[in-house]
Design a protein around this ligand. Structure first.
Ligand SMILES: [Fe+2]
Ligand SMILES: [Fe+2]
Length: 196
């Protein structure tokens, strides 16, 4: 899936456009998330992947798209969580904060509340009650791993490419040098032959 595929998915857009227009949602792009991305891009990825999977599983695609988009709606940097939360566990608390913030910009169904509250299942013991909640918690983990690993693989790919290119340039230079050497040695070889 391309990074911007969601933009061209008309059905998906009907589910989330009203939320994406809210400044409270747009503000998420000001927060770094998983080192390499921002919280808005991460939330859109979780929302869109969850929506695609929900459609395949005949689950509620609208609910996962909306709750997926709002699942990390909190406004502090993860690095400062300890101070901001007075030592409370960020993993446990941020889904509750996100649900409160989300409820201020839209009506949340019980299903959507459950999706947001239980998205940290595994790191917390808040067990999902619906298959839609399992979809979002799974996609959250998938996207988090992707957020962290993609830049690493890109860097490795770039380094390998530049190594191969440098190696190819070295080989070409060597070939050229060998050719020149051979040509310059020819008359010398002739002279040597002539003398003999
Ligand atoms: Fe989260
Ligand atoms: Fe997340």
């Amino acid at each position: 899936m391309g990074k911007r595929d969601w933009c061209y998915d008309a059905e998906y857009r009907t589910y989330v456009d009203d939320l994406l227009e809210k400044p409270q949602v747009q503000e998420l792009k000001n927060y770094k998330h998983h080192h390499y991305t921002n919280r808005l891009d991460h939330s859109i990825a979780v929302s869109y992947y969850s929506y695609l999977l929900a459609k395949k599983m005949h689950a509620n695609a609208r609910a996962v798209a909306r709750a997926g988009l709002l699942h990390d709606m909190y406004y502090y940097d993860n690095e400062t969580a300890k101070e901001v939360l007075n030592g409370e566990n960020h993993y446990k608390v941020h889904p509750q904060i996100a649900a409160i913030n989300a409820a201020q910009i839209t009506d949340l169904s019980d299903l959507e509340k459950d999706i947001i509250h239980s998205h940290m299942f595994g790191a917390t013991m808040t067990v999902p009650h619906y298959k839609e909640s399992y979809i979002v918690t799974l996609m959250d983990k998938y996207c988090s791993i992707k957020d962290v690993s993609s830049p690493f693989w890109q860097k490795t790919k770039d380094k390998t490419k530049s190594f191969v290119q440098n190696h190819e340039t070295t080989l070409k230079c060597k070939e050229k040098f060998d050719k020149i050497k051979k040509e310059k040695m020819k008359p010398l070889a002739k002279n040597v032959e002539g003398k003999e």
